[in-house]
Design a protein around this ligand. Structure first.
Ligand SMILES: [Zn+2]
Length: 304
């Protein structure tokens, strides 16, 4: 899964430190895209030093600034913003099939890649860093001004938070818990297609956000009833994982149909919901998400 980066170690603790040229720069654009650099080995994340080169080339570049995100093993990661004038020159690629020509790469190396295309790259530790930085960046965008009084905020010196310069209100990052459940009916698994996802979306498990005041298990029962009208029993916890791409934290469960197995779609967001045998379950590209991993483990018989 996306956070399984052994032998690397993730250090999320906030540190009030400045970047060095060899640290890694995470740069995002408004189009849900991440800046990557193409070299002989393929795509990789740029260093702070490489980003400073871009800034110094741009005549009207502002004073350099960055924001410490986290460390992975010995590597430190910083969030850096580029100006619109620079961003406008960088090509944006969205799909898996697009491969920019050299002349489309900014300064012969940079391209903005859709975060969904980025997650198909390797190694996983790079994808994890990009997705986790994206989560923090998206939160940071929402706390530039205080949600209580509207004054400007500034980063806390001591913790991962933004503090209001007017009323002192402190805004912390938000992680949205969501349950995802493999519903099993003897030798079949329930897979759905969700209207909210992009076209050609692959089949997925029932999932949904946990409501305020609700336990995870309660959310599992409620989501399955809401989406497909099924009663379930014998629920067991599988694994959980961060999912920075949507700012969520996924909590994976397995459950079994209790009684009638007739699917009654009750949610307009679900466009298709069917039972699939192990043979009918399609192959998946990778195991980045806990949902894909559970589906794959059902297919191989590891989840029964
Ligand atoms: Zn305030």
């Amino acid at each position: 899964m996306i956070h399984e980066i052994t032998p690397d170690i993730y250090y999320p603790e906030y540190r009030n430190i400045k970047s060095a040229n060899l640290d890694t720069a995470l740069v995002y654009s408004g189009k849900s895209a991440i800046l990557v650099l193409k070299d002989n080995e393929g795509y990789r994340l740029p260093t702070i030093g490489e980003i400073k080169e871009i800034k110094s080339i741009e005549k009207d570049s502002e004073t350099y600034n960055d924001y410490y995100l986290f460390s992975i093993s010995e590597n430190k990661y910083f969030l850096v913003e580029l100006q619109d004038a620079v961003n406008d020159k960088i090509t944006y690629i969205k799909t898996l099939d697009e491969n920019p020509r050299d002349e489309e790469l900014y300064m012969n190396k940079y391209v903005y890649m859709s975060i969904h295309r980025f997650r198909e790259l390797n190694p996983v530790v790079m994808v994890f860093a990009g997705a986790t930085g994206y989560h923090i960046r998206n939160w940071k965008e929402t706390v530039k001004y205080c949600g209580k009084c509207g004054s400007i905020t500034k980063p806390s010196d001591t913790e991962r938070a933004f503090v209001c310069t007017g009323c002192g209100h402190t805004a912390y990052p938000q992680v949205a818990p969501a349950v995802i459940v493999a519903v099993i009916n003897k030798d079949k698994i329930l897979l759905v297609r969700n209207l909210k996802r992009p076209k050609n979306v692959r089949l997925e498990l029932v999932s949904g956000y946990v409501e305020v005041g609700e336990s995870f298990e309660h959310a599992v029962h409620r989501e399955v009833m809401e989406e497909v009208g099924l009663k379930i029993k014998d629920i067991w916890f599988y694994k959980d994982q961060p999912w920075g791409i949507s700012g969520a934290h996924m909590i994976g469960y397995v459950a079994y149909v209790d009684g009638d197995d007739t699917i009654v779609k009750q949610d307009d967001e679900i466009i298709e919901a069917k039972w699939y045998t192990r043979d009918e379950v399609p192959e998946y590209r990778n195991r980045l998400s806990v949902g894909s991993e559970m589906i794959l483990k059902f297919k191989t018989g590891e989840i029964k």
